[in-house]
Write a protein that binds this ligand. Structure first.
Ligand SMILES: Cc1cc2nc3c(=O)[nH]c(=O)nc-3n(C[C@H](O)[C@H](O)[C@H](O)COP(=O)(O)OP(=O)(O)OC[C@H]3O[C@@H](n4cnc5c(N)ncnc54)[C@H](O)[C@@H]3O)c2cc1C
Ligand SMILES: NC(=O)c1ccc[n+]([C@@H]2O[C@H](COP(=O)([O-])OP(=O)(O)OC[C@H]3O[C@@H](n4cnc5c(N)ncnc54)[C@H](OP(=O)(O)O)[C@@H]3O)[C@@H](O)[C@H]2O)c1
Length: 407
């Protein structure tokens, strides 16, 4: 029963910006939920449900945000953060007391998503962890992973690395007990740093090795990319409030991703167009707006989740648009390298119009250079309309319609 309640609470709550179709069972009070227990057993499932139901309250608590906010203000709760009057799960597990999860087989995606390109860092993986329902999260958040190390300065275990969550709140298997990441394997050959001297580099799980060279292998990304079902993983978080979806089911969503910056976008798209949690009682989707994904990758062999995007495009042609820029294979009419902003420039008028609509949200994730790319793309059109792009972008940010997580 407790398990069913936990899953139900998480499923209902995972609708993020979507109001629940039926009144949920009363959420167990957060106070008293065993947040303090962070040992290997973690909070019990019922405790996790308590956290989930209230913490994932973007949807569940939509009808009573003021009361929720007041309660949260009065009692500073562990494991939740109040964002725009709603509670979201927050740092349930710290680096000192992480959750110990297990790697599980993912029947939605094979682990390696990309194909060899000739570059040392060609591999990006999709890895799924079982969290037993104890690390609830919502779309747009991140978790931390602690690798055994040694880290750059020899620390063991290594310091945490953050990863954007690539699965929706219910997880790829829709049990609310798994979380998936999209991780690029960092491999640098004969670069500035090395943690394998000549002769030391051994084939990784994908079979790549550079025994003739000095190699730097990213500490945590290699730890994750080499994982096999059954392996243990140390998880912290969840964290992150910048990339959350709006509550309005009629919102429009423009997504801009370079490389693994696709992770949060995948999380949104699973909820919007795939999961049972995003389906309405008439068999349609709760999401009624438009979603437009722009993705930038170096090679067509590195197009991440292309199969899923093509499926959504086919099934929801009036709601989902998908464009990509393959930087090392495509050029625009002027012979320029095809970056995400070069591709967007082809639709600048249409995108600009969309952004004038208060229901439109822009999400950007990946390389930092995308921000100046946006200025290149929209600067001229903003000027034509008597505006300055940077000011317009600032106003959108202030209105919580321009969400940026770049690194
Ligand atoms: C919010 C957030 C979300 C993220 N989401 C994702 C995601 O979804 N997917 C993803 O793949 N990544 C993501 N990242 C990046 C991720 O956190 C890691 O930074 C990435 O995986 C590399 O970690 P690593 O341990 O493998 O590499 P590291 O071992 O940390 O190496 C990183 C770099 O440090 C350099 N280096 C080595 N030694 C030294 C030294 N002594 N001094 C200085 N530099 C040195 C190396 O040359 C290398 O380029 C995200 C980052 C943030 C902040
Ligand atoms: N939440 C977060 O903060 C978050 C989440 C996920 C990932 N990330 C970060 O995002 C980055 C993604 O890197 P990746 O290695 O996965 O990507 P990648 O596979 O190398 O793809 C990046 C693409 O962006 C292009 N590009 C380079 N400079 C650009 C610019 N100024 N403007 C637009 N596009 C540009 C690249 O082109 P060329 O290489 O051909 O020049 C390439 O096509 C990583 O640094 C990762 O840490 C951050």
């Amino acid at each position: 029963m407790a398990q069913a309640a936990a899953v139900g609470a998480l499923l209902g709550a995972s609708t993020a910006f979507l109001a629940p179709s039926a009144a949920p069972a009363p959420a167990p009070a957060l106070r008293g939920a065993p947040h303090s227990s962070r040992d290997s057993t973690g909070p019990g499932l019922a405790g996790a449900a308590g956290v989930g139901a209230a913490a994932l309250g973007l949807g569940l608590l939509a009808a009573r945000p003021a009361a929720t906010a007041c309660r949260a203000a009065a009692v500073k709760k562990k494991g939740v953060k109040v964002v725009h009057g709603k509670e979201i799960p927050w740092n349930l597990f710290s680096p000192k007391a992480p959750y110990q999860g297990k790697v599980v087989e993912n029947d939605v995606h094979k682990q390696t998503l990309t194909e060899p390109t000739g570059d040392a860092n060609w591999e990006t993986t999709h890895v799924t962890f079982d969290h037993g329902g104890k690390v609830p999260y919502i779309e747009g958040q991140s978790i931390g992973v602690i690798a055994p190390g040694p880290d750059k300065k020899g620390e063991q275990p290594a310091k945490i690395r953050l990863y954007s969550i690539a699965s929706s709140a219910v997880g790829d298997d829709q049990t609310s007990k798994t979380v998936s990441l999209c991780v690029k394997r960092v491999v640098e050959v004969d670069g500035k740093f090395a943690n394998r001297q000549k002769g030391e580099d051994k084939p990784d799980k994908a079979g790549t090795a550079y025994p003739e060279n000095q190699v730097y292998r990213g500490v945590c990304s290699n730890h994750i990319c080499d994982m096999t079902p059954g392996d243990e993983v140390l998880i912290t978080g969840p964290t992150g409030a910048e990339m959350l979806l709006p509550e309005d089911p009629e919102a429009n969503i423009i997504m801009l991703a370079t490389g693994t910056g696709i992770a949060p976008m995948r999380s949104y798209l699973r909820l919007l167009f795939h999961d049972k949690a995003g389906a309405s009682s008439d068999g349609g989707r709760k999401f009624k707006g438009k979603a437009w994904l722009f993705m930038g990758v170096p090679y067509s062999k590195s197009l991440l989740y292309d199969d899923e995007h093509q499926t959504y495009k086919k099934a929801f042609p009036d709601q989902f648009r998908y464009d990509y820029a393959v930087s090392r294979e495509q050029k625009n009419a002027a012979g320029q390298k095809m970056y995400i902003q070069t591709k967007m420039a082809e639709y600048a008028e249409e995108l600009w119009e969309m952004m004038q609509d208060e229901k439109t949200h822009v999400y950007m994730c990946g390389l930092k250079g995308m921000e100046s790319g946006m200025a290149e793309c929209f600067g001229p059109i903003a000027e034509k309309n008597g505006l300055v792009w940077t000011e317009f972008a600032k106003a959108m940010k202030k209105a919580d319609r321009y969400h940026v997580e770049v690194y």
